[in-house]
Design a binder for this molecule. Structure first.
Ligand SMILES: NC(=O)c1ccc[n+]([C@@H]2O[C@H](COP(=O)([O-])OP(=O)(O)OC[C@H]3O[C@@H](n4cnc5c(N)ncnc54)[C@H](OP(=O)(O)O)[C@@H]3O)[C@@H](O)[C@H]2O)c1
Length: 340
């Protein structure tokens, strides 16, 4: 960090402060009473001059520039990969530690990829940049870590139900407006996502690799799970789908362990797990829902049952829902900052 006195509160910058993740970063810093000497907000020229409230006071958003990081100790980036690639190294050179929400540095072997509940020790090896994992990866694997430690997971199959908020503030606007238009019988031209969103769902809006057939989101989940678990052998497959939910992602998960495992064992492990809340009421048919997960720090986990397709008794099926703007992005970043 820059040359502030040991133990002094840091000067913090948020890059992308006006975005879906950026506003949650402000909220997390405020709610968690993160100690800071000053908070500086940056975005593109489109938002320069806007104000955002922090601790009851308006803060003006400034246009990000190459000289924005003088005196900054901690820079929280959430403005897309291109902005991170260009400005994060400048921030580090100016003396700041960067926590980056984009995918720009996640698979760089020099950059720790951190979920504090799983691999907080990885933070120690950072060289200026720490990466926040993909939102689906965080939400899927945080509840799986206690299981993996108790009885190694050898294979993981994921099917995601991803909300509009994962594609940013503009996609949330598109879902609201296209739904309104659909109900009013008006036509609507989608400009943010590639397909009509109201009362529809579609394969995740990232490029499909013609060689593997997997889209970029699926590839991120697969690669990042291996890196965060520090387990290059774990076999992972994912199908990522965008659903017309405003906020919070859900994931159907099937996991296979090294040894036989029961739903009761998984429930007992998750009862104690950090960052996880069991919502598993079969009698009331009440399980994790994105509406319940929205605005919550905890990842909701339920529908824990034996995967009957595996007669060896080593497989479990479950369902999770988590607010990916919080634990999948802003909250995880602030938890990393706290650990620093
Ligand atoms: N949404 C999620 O759930 C989620 C989860 C994990 C990670 N992420 C990552 O977090 C980042 C932000 O996502 P988001 O969903 O918050 O997107 P968003 O709502 O579209 O917000 C983007 C933010 O970046 C700013 N920005 C864009 N171009 C810029 C530039 N050239 N210079 C400075 N600021 C610029 C925007 O400022 P203006 O207001 O000026 O346009 C806005 O503040 C992305 O890298 C995304 O992959 C998102």
């Amino acid at each position: 960090m820059s040359e502030r006195a040991q133990g002094a509160a840091p000067v913090v910058a948020i890059v992308g402060a006006t975005g879906a993740v950026g506003v949650e970063l402000l909220r997390c810093l405020e709610q968690r009473r993160f100690p800071l000497a000053e908070l500086r907000l940056f975005a593109s020229s489109r938002s320069a001059g806007k104000t955002l409230e922090f601790r009851g006071r308006p803060l003006t958003v400034r246009e990000l520039g190459e000289d924005s990081f003088a005196g900054v100790d901690l820079a929280l980036f959430s403005a897309g990969g291109a902005t991170s690639r260009r400005f994060a190294p400048l921030a580090v050179r100016a003396g700041a530690t960067v926590i980056d929400n984009s995918s720009a540095f996640r698979m760089d072997p020099q950059v720790p990829l951190v979920v504090p509940e799983i691999n907080p020790e990885a933070i120690r090896g950072h060289r200026g940049i720490i990466a926040n994992p993909n939102c689906c990866a965080i939400i899927s694997i945080t509840p799986l870590w206690p299981v993996h430690r108790a009885n190694r997971i050898t294979r993981l199959l994921l099917a995601t139900y991803q909300a509009a908020s994962g594609a940013g503030a503009a996609a949330m606007h598109e879902l609201r407006e296209s739904t309104r238009a659909y109900l009013d019988g008006r036509s609507y031209d989608n400009t943010v996502l590639p397909h009509p969103y109201a009362f529809n769902l579609f394969s995740h809006n990232t490029r499909v690799d013609p060689a593997s057939g997997y889209n970029e989101e699926e590839t991120k989940v697969i690669q990042e799970t291996r890196k965060i678990f520090a387990d290059p052998q774990i076999r992972v497959s994912a199908t990522c789908v965008r659903v017309p939910v405003l906020r919070a992602h859900s994931v159907a998960i099937n996991l296979e362990c090294e040894r036989p495992i029961t739903p009761a064992e998984v429930r007992a492990l998750l009862q104690e797990a950090a960052g996880v809340k069991l919502v598993d009421d079969a009698e009331r048919n009440y399980f994790p829902m994105p509406r319940d997960a929205s605005g919550q720090d905890a990842i909701l986990v339920g529908r824990i049952r034996q995967d009957l397709s595996d007669p060896s008794g080593r497989s479990i099926a479950l369902f999770v829902a988590g607010d990916q703007l919080l634990k999948g992005a802003a909250l995880n970043a602030v938890q990393i900052a706290e650990a620093l």
